[in-house]
Ligand binder design. Structure first.
Ligand SMILES: Cc1cc2nc3c(=O)[nH]c(=O)nc-3n(C[C@H](O)[C@H](O)[C@H](O)COP(=O)(O)OP(=O)(O)OC[C@H]3O[C@@H](n4cnc5c(N)ncnc54)[C@H](O)[C@@H]3O)c2cc1C
Length: 443
């Protein structure tokens, strides 16, 4: 029997074509590398397309610099298609994003290997020598002459290579809550907006092009909280259906709303396949209950239907790589700067369902530049010299990851990894210079 059915050699091999992986592949191609991007599903974008995650959160820095030239290009292209509404906290259509990414990847000549699962990694003398994959053609081995990028979101390559990884919080190793996102179509936005305004005590307020709303049975003071509490008391929703409920309109799709729920607060290890399957099954049952509830109670939802359910479980935090530097909560909260920074952010620490001991973290209030930086060393996987991590699985502690994970930052990290891999750069300063030369904005 043959050991492998196929073998491929490229300059740079990117594992996972999600938010960070797509940016890594594009940036490496821009730097002249022959790039192969491997993805288990049939589309680029990962959480931001197949996971139906929208909107793009803003890193929250004054004057709003975007540390990713590719992030800027993606948003401009989406806006041109009428599928995004701005450059900062930006509502966008996840399906249009997947097409825009596909267009950009094709234009740059990136080879996509879809429907392909990374199943193993060969390591010799501290170097990755090949990535084992499985797909409809059989089993294969992929080799990179310059570097490999682990953009799987959950450090799958690091784990398969036998390198140490971390997951969950430092105390119990429990992951952040996850969600199964969905889109509802057939909504009358004017009627629903008027209902929201009445609940918010602002009847008759004109409807903006895009709007959002939320409710929770826990902390928070959203106007719809009591409405959801009553639905639970009447038995029209289960308690878990209403613990966290949030929606956003989708630019270019009238009558479609994107929901950032249902959310699962009690999953300990979301990298476990059984747990992921449970979320898909239970999530659909909850979405069905949501739909029945909307049709019965929400003005404007009388003809609502389920437009789309995410094929990927919405994983906020799974596994993380161990890297040359591990960004900490103190770094993020204290607005720490680094010489080899490749991304900047002031997005808050955002852990769902938990109260933080913020008193343990000290803000440097004398610091005039109110953002923290992510050093390139957080991408350099410890124990290898040709594997970089990019995206939400870079080297951080649990709390810092909750801020790092937003899409603009993941794109910047992917871009940095792609440039470094293609040009053989090991110094973050040189990587940042190249990002800036190509249009990335840093403070
Ligand atoms: C529910 C939820 C809501 C969020 N809300 C927001 C928000 O409003 N705004 C915001 O900016 N950010 C938000 N985020 C965060 C953000 O979407 C993610 O952190 C970010 O997109 C992660 O990017 P990534 O590239 O690291 O991972 P992903 O985009 O998930 O990409 C990983 C890719 O690797 C592939 N992959 C994994 N394992 C393998 C394997 N073994 N073989 C082959 N391919 C593999 C996956 O299929 C996927 O395409 C949210 C996240 C979640 C889960």
């Amino acid at each position: 029997m043959r050991e492998t059915d196929f073998e491929k050699l490229y300059d740079v091999v990117v594992l996972g074509a999600g938010t960070a992986g797509a940016a890594a592949a594009l940036a490496a191609a821009d730097c002249g590398a022959r790039v192969l991007a491997v993805e288990q599903f049939g589309s680029a974008g990962g959480s931001s397309s197949l996971g139906l995650v929208t909107p793009l959160m803003s890193p929250g820095i004054r004057n709003k610099p975007q540390c990713s030239y590719l992030g800027l290009e993606i948003i401009r292209r989406l806006t041109r298609e009428g599928a995004a509404d701005g450059e900062h906290k930006c509502f966008f259509d996840p399906m249009m994003l997947s097409m825009v990414l596909e267009e950009m990847l094709s234009e740059r000549g990136v080879t996509m290997l879809y429907h392909t699962m990374v199943t193993g990694a060969e390591v010799s003398d501290g170097r990755i020598t090949g990535i084992r994959v499985s797909n409809a053609s059989g089993t294969g081995i992929l080799r990179a002459s310059r570097a490999y990028i682990d953009a799987t979101g959950d450090a799958a390559v690091c784990r398969l290579a036998g390198l140490p990884t971390r997951h969950g919080d430092e105390e119990a190793h429990r992951n952040q809550p996850c969600s199964l996102r969905y889109l509802i179509g057939g909504v009358d936005p004017d009627r629903f907006w008027q209902f929201l305004c009445e609940k918010r005590g602002e009847p008759g307020k004109p409807r903006p092009e895009n709007f959002d709303g939320a409710a929770t049975l826990g902390q928070g003071s959203w106007a719809l909280n009591d409405f959801f509490r009553e639905a639970v008391e009447r038995g029209d929703l289960a308690k878990e259906d209403a613990l966290y409920w949030q929606f956003f309109t989708v630019p270019g799709r009238r009558g479609v709303l994107a929901f950032n729920c249902p959310e699962f607060f009690d999953i300990e290890d979301i990298t476990d396949a059984d747990r992921q399957s449970e979320v898909q099954v239970q999530g659909k049952l909850r979405i069905l209950r949501h739909l029945r509830f909307y049709r019965k109670y929400l003005p404007g939802f009388e003809e609502a239907y389920v437009d789309q359910i995410a094929s990927m479980v919405g994983i906020r935090e799974g596994r993380r790589a161990e890297t040359e530097y591990m960004l900490t909560a103190e770094d993020a909260y204290g607005w720490r700067k680094f010489d080899d920074a490749v991304a900047q952010s002031n997005y808050p620490i955002d852990i769902h369902g938990r109260t933080l001991r913020n008193q343990d973290l000290v803000r440097r209030e004398d610091e005039p530049r109110k953002y923290y930086e992510i050093p390139f060393r957080c991408l350099q996987v410890r124990g290898t010299d040709n594997l970089l991590a990019a995206g939400r699985n870079i080297g951080t502690d649990f709390v810092a990851q909750s801020s790092v994970r937003i899409m603009p930052t993941c794109r910047a990290l992917g871009e940095a990894a792609g440039i470094a891999a293609a040009l053989g750069l090991r110094d973050g300063r040189a990587v940042r210079e190249e990002m800036i030369r190509r249009g990335a904005e840093f403070c």
